[in-house]
Design a protein around this ligand. Sequence first.
Ligand code: 57M
Length: 359
Amino acid sequence: MLYKLIYFFHADISWLNVFRYITFRTIISSLFALILLLFFGGWVIGKLKQMQIGQPIREDGPPNHKTKEGTPTMGGCLILPVVIISTLLWADVRNIYVLLVLLVMGCFGAIGFLDDYLKTVRKSSRGLSIKAKFSLQVLVALIVALSLYYFPGYDTRLNLPFFKNVSPDLGIGYIVLAIFIIVGASNAVNLTDGLDGLAIGPIVIAFGSYVIFSYLAGHVKIASYLQIPYVAGAGELSVACGAVVGAGLGFLWYNAFPADVFMGDVGSLPLGAVLGTVAVITKQEIVLVLVGGLFVVETLSVIFQVAYFRMTGGGRIFRMAPLHHHFELKGWPESKITVRFWIIAIILALLSISTLKLR
Ligand code: 57M
């Protein structure tokens, strides 16, 4: 909301007029989040160390992970406040979509926090039970889906990339789809977060793509020109996505190999859930499969591995799932896997943006 105050003076200082524009506020929000994170990063990591919030490492994991024992975790406690502050300052907080995104971030952050707290502070080996975690995630996603469904004029048709004349109306089924996307994205990012920089890099890339999708969806003329669904007010989400891009880059500074901090569930669960929520709001749900293709592939590797394991009574498709562990066990150095996965994420993001013209 700070931008409203600054803009108030534009009659006297004409250049302050730029604060009206979403594009300008998105850049400011990213840079502000980046600087804030870099500024407080070292201090928060120091505090996490002091409080002995260190990552316990599983015995059955790839051997090189043993050296990571005790690395401070719960870095999400740094990312989340930075994104929330930057969004509150530079976005219009009367916008229902911005409020929903902040709600998702807070609630999924709380679920992740509880899980991390039980694992690292209470030293419970399991953390929150899978059932409790999943039920809470579904509950929050249901609230979001219902809010959107009953929001006047919200479109429950499905926007299919490549097909401009095919958009089936899902009606009440849209609620189920929205829950699936939000909860699925949250858990997919969580599964991917297993190597230094592996999750946060593609998160920055995916949110960077949704800066563009949100802006276009909220612009009546461009949306009509591109034949994508127009969602009045969705443009303001660019500012929130920009804050995640900035905070994500700042976090990468500390999470790059060899990591000084891990984000923990308090980081991965809300970042994934917000990504899913933005995809649902902007009506770019299906394209999320491409934008977040890396998260999808990592999740599928687990699904196939577990299914095959059960079917064959112990057989494996990959040396270990999720997929990044497979390459680790094949002997690829950690940073090579991470950078190669980023390259794939960039290619997928570019392809997804190109779908805007291919219809
Ligand atoms: C969490 N957490 C990381 C860190 C991070 C169903 C099954 C596939 C579930 C899966 C699982 O539990 N995944 C979710 C993955 C952990 O990282 C912490 O968790 C947070 C994210 N939630 O922020 O706090 C470890 O990952 C490493 N790490 C880094 N750098 C980072 O920046 O190196 C994380 C962030 C950290 C650190 O070592 O301790 C994790 O991997 O546990 N389970 C698995 O992934 C396990 N896979 C498995 O059991 N596969 C079997 C099944 C599917 C049949 C198989 O293939 O045979 C593996 N995970 C581990 N060891 N650690 C296997 C064994």
